[in-house]
Write a protein that binds this ligand. Structure first.
Ligand code: PHE
Length: 337
């Protein structure tokens, strides 16, 4: 019986066959169990002899089975190790990294620059009240300049803000007229415009406001000059032209020189050599008064610029719609390596 079983173990070709041999010889219905069960019928002298023999046979078979089983398992593991090896010398697959949107980068750059000059960053709601968007900025209900900024009204009193200037009034109001204000506010604004290469019904602005004792026009010019040079290059110059906004007096528009020099010489981007980049001025006394500041004590300057326009000038983007259509071929050009 023992020899027969051991031969079968030797012949078994896989784990399944091996298990069949085990069940066949050592299982409940196998011959070994039968022998052990029959022990009761033996005489007391025969019992230990047969018992010892039976145990030895069982042990021998069990050991043989175990050894063979371990060999099979090792084989399985080895083939697995061989077939599943990873070739660590293969070149990796490139991973496409995302990056900030050009507008986000520009706004961050503008923020960093003004933080460097001591400005705080403020925010305001995109759904604004008629009061903050217009009234508090010296644009009463019948003011013709309201037409300049054709608005998206939600109700009679609520609209999508047409500029970030309401954040001027909100911030001054928050400080209750007894504290200097030095902030910039980036954000989205909305106007009823037909979209084309230079117009968008939604775009971005960065507002600036500095209110303190003795703030003068020359402070505005100094800050904007610093901004222009840091942002566009040391060789750039600015000029202020008189303009009109109901919430600033006097009001200005700022141009930046746009002579672009390269290896072969210089070219002028517009016939005049200047291009307009923002509006600003000295905060109107009425605007200060409405926000709780005494114009006899406090004065201030404000400005507003459009990051899209600034990005278009800096990088030669020819259509404002590129900023909003999410074409990867456009966007990835501005991702830093
Ligand atoms: N809010 C003005 C605009 O949208 C810009 C501006 C801001 C002008 C602050 C003066 C002062 O055109």
């Amino acid at each position: 019986l023992k020899e027969e079983a051991l031969t079968k173990v030797a012949q078994a070709e896989d784990l399944k066959a091996l298990e069949a041999v085990r069940v066949g010889y050592l299982g409940k219905k196998g011959p070994m169990t039968e022998v052990l069960r029959g022990m009761g019928k033996l005489s007391p002298e025969e019992r230990p002899v047969v018992g010892e023999l039976a145990n030895k046979v069982r042990e021998a078979i069990t050991t043989a089975l175990e050894e063979k089983k371990q060999r099979f398992e090792a084989d399985v593991l080895n083939t697995q190790l061989k077939t599943e090896t990873i070739d660590v010398t293969l070149p990796g697959r490139p991973v496409n990294l995302g990056g900030p949107h050009l507008l986000t980068s520009i706004v961050t750059e503008i923020e960093d620059l003004f933080i460097g000059m001591g400005f705080d960053i403020k925010e305001g709601p995109e759904v604004e009240t008629d009061y903050y968007n217009f009234e508090a900025l010296n644009l009463p209900k019948d003011h013709p300049a309201r037409d300049m900024q054709d608005s998206f009204y939600i109700t009679e009193e609520l609209l999508l803000r047409t500029h970030t200037s309401p954040v001027q009034a909100r911030t001054m109001g928050e400080y209750r007229g007894n504290k200097p204000v030095k902030m910039i506010c980036p954000g989205k604004v909305y106007r009823r415009d037909t979209d084309d290469a230079t117009h968008s019904h939604q775009f971005t602005q960065v507002e600036g406001l500095y209110v303190d004792k003795n703030v003068r026009m020359s402070d505005l010019k100094g800050v904007l000059n610093q901004f222009a040079k840091q942002f566009f290059g040391e060789e750039r110059e600015i000029r202020l032209r008189p303009s009109f906004f109901p919430f600033t007096e006097p009001s200005v528009e700022m141009d930046i020189s746009c002579k672009v020099c390269h290896g072969k010489g210089c070219s002028v981007c517009k016939q005049t050599g200047w291009i307009e980049i923002l509006g600003g001025g000295m905060v109107h006394p009425d605007v200060l008064k409405m926000a709780g500041y005494d114009p006899e004590i406090y004065s201030g300057f404000a400005f507003g610029m459009g990051p899209e326009r600034i990005a278009m000038l800096k990088y030669g983007v020819d259509d404002i719609r590129h900023f909003y259509t999410n074409d990867q071929r456009f966007l990835t050009q501005y991702h830093k390596a």
